[in-house]
Write a protein that binds this ligand. Structure first.
Ligand SMILES: [Zn+2]
Length: 182
């Protein structure tokens, strides 16, 4: 559900923007984003190397029992893919599911590493918050205003309310701040 920022919510959206700017400039935004993306990259690597480890020589299992070269495995499935399978067919089934883990795992790791490169640049603490406003600040008369579309979400029960507006901030020293709708 979308709502425009008015009354008290305007102040809350402005506060959200100020906190975002602080998190960006202290580097906390970048650190926490790197940690989350790094953990996901590691989870992908784990999935690929451990769950997806190729293992064509270990005897396959059939319903919890280790198969012998002459035994058959009957798989009953109401989703398709059932049937009777030989020892080598059961190894193929196991190895192809491991192959999927390798694709998913290495794929996840790759996407996360690329995201880390982008996030590292985008969340650089030396990068200014928002975009420059081509006007002088009405309080300090300096050309230091910057603005950014800011969203503040509040979840009540199963509904999430989103309040947004374009927040304009001057330097922390000046402290001028205002909000307008798109
Ligand atoms: Zn100012």
């Amino acid at each position: 559900m979308a709502a425009s920022a008015d009354g008290n919510m305007s102040q809350t959206v402005i506060d959200t923007a100020v906190k975002e700017r602080e998190r960006l400039h202290t580097g906390r935004s970048r650190t926490s984003t790197m940690v989350v993306l790094g953990l996901l990259a590691a989870a992908g690597l784990f999935a690929a190397l451990v769950l997806g480890k190729a293992d064509p020589n270990t005897p396959p299992d059939c319903d919890g029992h280790t198969m012998t070269h002459t035994s058959l495995c009957q798989i009953i499935s109401n989703r398709g893919g059932g049937g009777t399978f030989s020892y080598s067919e059961m190894i193929d089934r196991r190895e192809s599911s491991k192959e999927i883990w390798r694709y998913v795992g290495f794929g996840t790791t790759g996407v996360m590493l690329v995201s880390m490169v982008f996030a590292f640049t985008k969340l650089d603490p030396n990068r200014p918050w928002g975009t420059a406003v081509p006007a002088a600040c009405p309080r300090c008369y300096q050309p230091t205003l910057r603005e950014k579309l800011t969203v503040h979400s509040v979840t009540r029960g199963r509904t999430t309310y989103r309040y947004s507006g374009i927040v304009t901030l001057c330097t922390p020293v000046c402290g001028f701040r205002t909000i307008r709708q798109r």
